[in-house]
Ligand binder design. Sequence first.
Ligand SMILES: Cc1ncc(COP(=O)(O)O)c(C=O)c1O
Length: 418
Amino acid sequence: MSDLFERAQRVIPGGVNSPVRAFNAVGGDPIYVVKGEGTRLTTTDGRELLDFCGSWGPLVLGHSHPKVIAAIQKAVADGTSFGINTPREVEFAELLCGMAGIDKVRLVNSGTEATMTAIRLARGATGRSKIIKFAGCYHGHSDGLLVAAGSGLMTGGVTSSAGVPESVAADVFLPEYNDLAAVNEIVDARGDELAAIILEPIAANMGLVPPDEGFLAGLREAADRCGAVLIFDEVITGFRLGPCTYAQQCGVQPDLVTLGKIIGGGLPIGAVGGKAAVMDNLAPLGEVYQAGTLSGNPVAVAAGLTTLQLLAAEPPYEGMAALAGRLAAETNDRAVDAGAPLRVRALGSMFTPFFCESPIRNYTDAKRCDTKQHAAFFHAMLDAGIYLPPSQFEVGFVSAAHTEADVDQFVEAAASAL
Ligand SMILES: Cc1ncc(COP(=O)(O)O)c(C=O)c1O
């Protein structure tokens, strides 16, 4: 065990500040990083790793993009936090609303805060308390959203979390992702109690699971039928597949959208936005309370503003999608050659190497994956200098900094690993 991990375990629970970093799902010692540049990470033991995790999604432009770093440095020189309004946050909100196609936005500090606020807003606006959340969708770690969440909870073998009161879990209906009939049944029976339907419009926390044709439009109809607020959690998908939200691309408009990751350019940020009629329920205009000492932090906003400006000026999406598509197709060919049960699924710049040969449409399907084979693959890739998310139930990311040569390196490493 590394000296650092030993020291960390003495003073940090499990040695980590976020559970999946402990490598429990793949075994072995977690790595420690001192630097990131472009697509490369440098570890404490001097290794260079080709990174396909990208800090779990935010680094769409790669590590340490010079213009983002310059914006951060400039902002820091003026002060790190004021707890007072700044012109930059107004500029950022204007740009974000324009690019995301929303009327209004409130900035928070993480994706967790964004979804927590969205749920409270939906409950405040409707005067109802129940929500529909889909099994295997992860929306951060607030109480009511930790019921059958995917991601780290899935890999840890925990279907929910201790410390979440039963009374909170009782307010959550839990259909399978892509099961519109189950949603309609709930809406028909209990629609007048429903405050919100929340989901990842493309699920990315049980591995990459796209919505079936008509699923999102069906949810829009169901929400309209019962007067519930439809919330798209786009903490991962926002600005990942285009310089916009996925809602704008798929043509189904939610009432609220939650954002994080990319919009902070690698600094802590989150946002909830949507239709003015719903957003105006937030304090100080309305009765739904929400606040934050560091909300709209000038340094995070500078990083986010520059990132969004760069994405708008030179959208890297076609190139990233082509690279991820080739990565998946060529790795799949090698898997067939090797007779390995690996199927890489890619969508835009996101991908998951699934160790499962049957199609995955929901949480039950995802649980059929062979996590032992995934762990062996993860370590063989790491030994070959490639860093993937350390869990079967996450997505890998291609960034604008990745090149054809990086994809070649991935495919060659995968072929040997298989
Ligand atoms: C879809 C989704 N929503 C919310 C969150 C929570 O965001 P954060 O980790 O910034 O609290 C995540 C985190 O991975 C996520 O993937």
